[in-house]
Design a protein around this ligand. Structure first.
Ligand SMILES: Nc1ncnc2c1ncn2[C@@H]1O[C@H](COP(=O)(O)OP(=O)(O)O)[C@@H](O)[C@H]1O
Ligand SMILES: [Mg+2]
Length: 263
């Protein structure tokens, strides 16, 4: 079963859906993401990447269509239940880290567990372990403003991991980082897939980063315009559910993995 499945997804912003003054940010997206895939979403600025990621993560609700997470229709959940699913099953990483400035790093990382009313000592221990995983254990008691951008982003990834979520969604997590820190963040996301079997969906502008993923989805004008497996990538191709338009536009060629999907 797909871990994440979008069916005929649409999202209009602004005036009531369908009105001419609104913005149609997502115009009919069907996609399935399998457990253990490492997926990059690319496309020009304004093509709908962030909106799609927010819809997939239950951060915003679609104006039409639906999202199924592990078979559960997110539209069927009320806001409170949706918040619980989001907190427990999904880790979200933002371009600008979104760490709370008044909390230490370890308190930021433990926050999803605190909100779930886990005893404080367990929250702290789990948060410190997550910080060790991202190489930030030695910075646990610092406030975010004492950390570099790369360190804050690794902290934000630790916060996304602390609940051991099935799926990690990252919106241009390297957008504000230099190349060395970008490389570390991408390596970290790759290891979630390769070493822990988690599923990662990463939005990026950077073709070099997209190339690290096992599958690359390209968006334009609120639609998916291509969806390809990357034969050279060692991780995260998973079992490919490739939509029809991608199969048609994918031409011949492709390697072993690309061949398998036409079975
Ligand atoms: N909250 C919002 N209100 C109104 N329009 C929005 C909102 N969020 C995104 N949009 C519009 O939706 C389109 C897609 O935006 P976005 O998903 O942020 O694209 P990307 O992440 O690919 O740059 C753009 O035209 C953008 O201006
Ligand atoms: Mg964006």
């Amino acid at each position: 079963m797909a871990i994440l499945r979008a069916e005929h997804l649409e999202k209009a912003f602004g005036a009531a859906a369908g009105s001419k003054s609104g913005v149609m940010a997502i115009r009919g997206v069907d996609v399935e993401i399998e457990p253990g895939q490492f997926v990059a979403i690319t496309g020009a600025s304004g093509s709908g990447k962030s909106t799609l990621l927010h819809l997939l993560g239950g951060i915003t609700r679609p104006t039409a269509g639906r999202v199924l997470l592990e078979g559960v229709d997110l539209a069927a959940l009320g806001d409170d239940d949706l918040a619980v699913v989001r907190r427990r099953r999904i880790g979200f990483v933002f371009q600008r880290y979104n760490l709370l400035p008044e909390l230490s790093l370890v308190e930021n990382v433990g926050l999803p567990l605190v909100l779930d009313r886990i005893p404080e000592a367990r929250c702290d221990a789990a948060a410190r372990a997550a910080l060790e995983t991202v190489g930030m254990g030695h910075r646990a008691d610092h406030r975010p403003d004492a950390l570099s951008g790369g360190e804050q982003q690794r902290g934000a990834i630790a916060r996304a991991l602390v609940t051991s979520p099935a799926i990690v969604l990252a919106d241009e997590p390297t957008g504000a980082l230099d190349s060395e820190n970008s490389r570390r963040v991408v390596e970290l996301l790759r290891s979630l897939v390769a070493d822990h079997g988690q599923t990662v969906v990463l939005v990026t502008h950077d073709p070099g980063i997209a190339a690290a993923a096992g599958r690359c989805i390209r968006m334009a004008d609120g639609r998916i315009v291509s969806d390809t497996l990357q034969p050279g990538s060692p991780v995260g191709g998973g079992r490919p559910p490739v939509p029809r338009q991608a199969r048609e536009s994918n031409g011949g060629g492709g390697g072993r993995r690309a061949g398998r999907k036409r079975r």
